[in-house]
Write a protein that binds this ligand. Structure first.
Ligand code: ADP
Ligand code: ASP
Ligand code: MG
Length: 381
């Protein structure tokens, strides 16, 4: 295995010039980073959806406000970063492409999933363009190449939730990345986007940039995939909802997959599939405070039963609260014990695997159930 590292930066890690500069410091500090995967800047992907809606309705006034806001925000980042003339010219081409796609939606009064994927791609292409220029300036010893992820991440044609074609991705990586990786090249590329075999732009599903990073890691046999976000790792619950949540030092691939699939937004659910296939560790940390460390996800399992995290999937009528941990099957009375612990809350047992245990709760009980579940978890520590 190589020493090569793939580092992914989420929307909050590139939300403005300051955040981009912080993220570049992380890149500068590790010469093993060979591929940098960039998400769209914070909120841009949502805004592209609003643009699609306004265009579909023919609401040209709102459309032009939304496009202007997006353009102004990114133009300011380019100014703050003193981006090169060439980059500003390329930004203008991307803004032009955005307007052309919007015109197409207006003309057919509809945004198909296929057109939406073209529109989505603009967000990641803008942010990676800005970041590649900055990395080039800050890491002059490397040959920084802005890579179009769509040349590597080949998928089927299921727009908005495309399936990666692993063998073709590996072939493309061998052809297009390996020569550069063996010398001094540092690739900066986009998350989330790919291309189908007919050459149309596709996307992997909302929040899918984590998955892109893992796919790049698998394709180049990386030694580590880093997911840089706005929290110092994976915590025992969402720190936004449970301030007492504690960060977890290590998790297995299966625990992290259960956690992501059962509601923890911090990772896209399929991220651990490619990395598990190649046994590549995944680190999750904060680009705001890299010195705080983070969570390392590997194939190693704890030996004994342990509850580690509580997750929540909110739905209209019922929500799902899940305990994530290991060897849950080694505690046969767990389902009943936990139900007793919930006391005044009406929970219904739903499902149990060796790494997860889920209860259904009524919508009105969600907040107190989550707090109670997390208290129960801490009591078990
Ligand atoms: P990015 O834009 O970097 O991809 P996300 O917003 O997708 O970031 O993921 C980070 C967010 O995930 C955190 O701000 C946090 O609110 C949320 N989150 C949910 N569950 C957890 C958890 N168990 N541990 C850490 N963060 C969590
Ligand atoms: N920008 C995309 C989204 O917001 C992908 C990602 O950030 O992971 O869904
Ligand atoms: Mg994310």
């Amino acid at each position: 295995m190589s020493n090569w590292v793939v580092a992914k930066f989420g929307g909050s890690s590139v939300k403005d010039a300051e955040a981009m500069l912080r993220s570049v410091k992380v890149i500068e500090s590790n010469s093993d980073i060979k591929i940098v995967v960039i998400s769209a800047t914070q909120n841009t992907t949502n805004q592209l959806e609003f643009i699609a809606q306004a265009a579909s309705k023919g609401d040209e006034k709102n459309l032009s406000l939304l496009i202007n806001e997006l353009v102004t925000r990114h133009t300011k980042i380019a100014e703050d970063l003193y981006s090169s003339e060439e980059v500003r010219k390329d930004l203008n081409y991307l803004y032009e492409e955005l307007r052309l796609i919007s015109d197409e939606i207006i003309s057919i009064k509809l945004c198909t999933p296929k057109i939406m994927d073209q529109l989505y791609s603009i967000g990641e292409r803008i942010s990676s363009l800005l970041m590649s220029d900055l990395v080039r300036l800050r890491v002059p010893e490397k040959n920084v190449v802005l890579l179009d992820a769509r040349n590597i991440i080949k998928t089927n044609s299921e727009y908005q939730k495309a399936e990666p074609q692993i063998d073709i991705i590996e072939e493309k990586a061998n052809e297009l990345l390996m020569p550069g990786l063996s010398n001094n090249t540092l690739f900066v590329t986009q998350g989330f986007i790919g291309k189908d075999l007919l050459g149309n732009t596709t996307t992997l599903g909302r929040e899918g940039s984590d998955y892109s990073a893992a796919l790049f890691g698998e394709a180049i046999d990386a030694s580590l995939v880093q997911i840089w976000t706005d929290v110092a790792g994976i915590a025992s619950s969402d720190p936004r909802k449970i301030p007492e949540a504690q960060f977890i030092k290590t998790l297995s691939y299966d625990e992290a997959t259960a956690l992501a699939s059962l509601g923890a937004k911090v990772l896209f659910p399929t991220t651990l599939l490619p990395t598990k296939r190649k046994n590549i560790p995944v680190f999750v940390g904060s680009s705001l405070n890299p010195e705080k460390g983070g969570t390392l996800i590997t194939n190693s399992q704890d030996e004994n039963f342990k509850l580690k995290a509580v997750t929540l999937i909110e739905k209209k009528e019922f929500s799902l609260i899940s305990f994530i941990g290991c060897h849950l099957n080694l505690a046969p009375n767990l389902v009943h014990e936990l139900k007793k612990e919930f006391k005044e809350i009406d929970v219904e047992f739903i499902d149990m695997t060796s790494v997860s245990l889920s209860y259904k709760v009524k919508a009105e009980d969600v907040a107190k159930s989550l707090i109670r579940a997390h208290q129960i978890l801490l009591l078990q520590h």
